[in-house]
Ligand binder design. Structure first.
Ligand SMILES: [Zn+2]
Length: 143
């Protein structure tokens, strides 16, 4: 598990039903030793002894854009993603292009070749952590 930065947040997962909970500052512990109960089942999200499970999530949305090539962008919403695409490539994303939000934590953490002519793998989370402003491009043509 990587470190939380200003660009990522920890999402807690219920120990019993697996529901995702965005608890903000409460993510890791409850000072009263009562734990934190799930709102979807009788289970704990944070156990009374402070045990948690979860994953890092980007604080921005991640979009997969397929326009013949494959791109990934980080933006606050689809509209901002489309505006940023236009800014980068000088043209509107056409109607047939697919814009899909990537919401799978495994996909956020999967390592892929980031820059074609440079060695080393990076995940979406890695790239988000290094980004200083949004929207931004995460990848173009994914391996
Ligand atoms: Zn639950």
């Amino acid at each position: 598990m990587g470190d939380i930065t200003k660009n990522t947040k920890f999402i807690n997962v219920c120990w019993t039903c697996g529901k995702h909970h965005d608890l903000g500052d409460l993510s890791f512990e409850r000072p009263d030793g009562q734990g934190y109960k799930c709102d979807a089942c009788p289970g704990f999200v944070i156990s009374p002894s402070g045990k948690v499970q979860g994953f890092l999530a980007p604080v921005v949305k991640i979009f997969l854009v397929e326009d013949g090539e494959t791109h990934r962008f980080a933006a606050k919403d689809e509209e901002e993603c489309r505006e940023y695409y236009k800014e980068l490539y000088g043209e509107d994303l056409d109607e047939e292009s697919d814009v899909t939000e990537i919401t799978d934590p495994e996909e956020w953490n999967r390592k892929f070749i980031h820059v074609e002519d440079q060695p080393g793998l990076a995940s979406i989370i890695d790239i988000i952590n290094e980004s200083t402003e949004f929207p931004t491009i995460i990848s173009s043509t994914v391996y």
